[in-house]
Design a binder for this molecule. Structure first.
Ligand SMILES: Nc1ncnc2c1ncn2[C@@H]1O[C@H](COP(=O)(O)OP(=O)(O)OP(=O)(O)O)[C@@H](O)[C@H]1O
Ligand SMILES: [Mg+2]
Length: 370
């Protein structure tokens, strides 16, 4: 099979290299290395679309393997609990079979299991999720293996999510070697944290995925282009890295178009970069900004458009003037947009976009309507 391409702009795939996420990776390592039941064992990853939440969960899944944890990765939906148990049974049996030196099989006749991690019919029918999960954990602990549950695209108001949270808390309290890593959009996660049964999540370790440092992008581009057989002048390399604004999906898009617009052995020129940027921005609008703006109200959008008139940081007082709003309304829209993970307040009285390119998108969108 041919080598996979270096740049793969998509969603939900593992990048060739997880650029500029050392701090976040460190948190994942600590999650596995900490003692069962510690707050490090529950991690909540947030980030806007394309910031790399799923990529982090995929990384956590690989890390789990090397740390002696059986991992199950699933999205939050109605089948969440069944998916977790099925996935753990499958991955656990595989891990036991593949371990080198081989781990001896499970003792026969453990209560509730017919063989390996498969429940007896009776256990399957009579026990609830928490009991079954606890049984799987205990059984894997016999083999010195922990369990990590990775939940992507968490949602509020989900009964399975509540059951998972309760089970996690109780089993972690009993000292089971269990970890829980969840990921979601900032707006969704803030709604989740408000739920009564899920307040323990407020104590979970938070990983907020923001933009990647430009220097890390530059370094990575330099290595990736040279491995793709393309040369590039330092200035163009800097411009390309700056144009990503540290946004992982954009890093993949720009890298992808720069490589596909040139042939092996050719140079990536500033004209190639101009062309790549047009294509990358069109994909970004379609796949990130459109879905980000769609659920917002007219006033949310007007608020963001008022911010987009500034270059970089906006003063709340200026936004208030531009919109002719009361101070109270400005504060409540400000909070909504911060909770939605779209803007942040770098200093008191100031606001800026989490993904700065959104400002550019709003200006272009505004321009195309008038
Ligand atoms: N640190 C990184 N370095 C390089 N590429 C990355 C990094 N993080 C993510 N990517 C790439 O960026 C793209 C988007 O990442 P991912 O699908 O993980 O985002 P997401 O936050 O899960 O988005 P969504 O909210 O839409 O599910 C993918 O192509 C992924 O491989
Ligand atoms: Mg994702």
């Amino acid at each position: 099979m041919a080598e996979p391409p270096i740049f793969r702009p998509s969603f939900g795939n593992k990048p060739e290299n997880l650029v500029g996420r050392d701090a976040a990776l460190n948190t994942l390592v600590q999650c596995f290395d900490s003692y069962p039941g510690m707050r490090e064992r529950a991690v909540l990853i947030t980030g806007q679309r394309g910031m790399g939440k799923t990529a982090m969960l995929l990384e956590a899944s690989d890390l789990a393997d090397s740390k002696g944890f059986v991992a199950v990765r699933t999205t939050c939906g109605t089948a969440l609990l069944d998916n977790i148990l099925d996935g753990l049974q499958h991955a656990g049996n595989l891990m036991i079979a593949q371990k080198k030196p081989p781990i001896k099989g499970f003792s026969a006749g453990a209560l509730g299991f017919s063989f390996g991690l498969t429940f007896t019919d009776e256990a399957r029918q009579s026990y609830g999720f928490k009991t079954k999960l606890g049984m799987v954990c205990e059984r894997l602990e016999e083999k010195n293996l922990g369990v990590v549950i990775l939940v992507d695209e968490v949602r509020p108001n989900s009964e399975p999510m509540r059951q998972l949270a309760t089970a996690y808390q109780e089993l972690a309290g009993d000292g089971r070697n269990l970890a829980l890593i969840m990921a979601g959009l900032p707006s969704v996660v803030s709604a989740l944290l408000e739920e009564e049964t899920l307040t323990f999540l407020n104590r979970a370790t938070k990983v907020r995925l923001g933009s990647i440092a430009e220097s890390s992008v530059r370094q990575y581009y330099s290595s990736a282009f040279s491995r793709s057989g393309r040369s590039i002048a330092i200035k163009t390399l800097r411009d390309a890295a700056a144009a990503t604004e540290g946004f992982p999906y954009m890093l993949q898009l720009i890298g992808y178009y720069l490589v596909s617009l040139t042939n092996d052995g050719e140079q990536i020129t500033s004209e190639t970069l101009d062309e790549a940027l047009i294509l990358a921005r069109a994909d970004l609008d379609e796949n990130v900004f459109l879905p980000m703006v769609r659920p917002l109200s007219q006033t949310d959008i007007a608020f963001l458009e008022a911010m987009a008139q500034d270059n970089g940081t906006s003063k709340t007082a200026d936004i208030q003037k531009r919109l002719g709003m009361s101070q109270g309304s400005v504060q409540s829209y400000r909070k909504r947009l911060i909770d939605a993970g779209i803007v942040i307040s770098p200093r008191r009285g100031e606001l800026c976009f989490v993904v700065p390119m959104l400002a550019d998108y709003l200006r272009r969108r505004d321009g195309s309507r008038t």
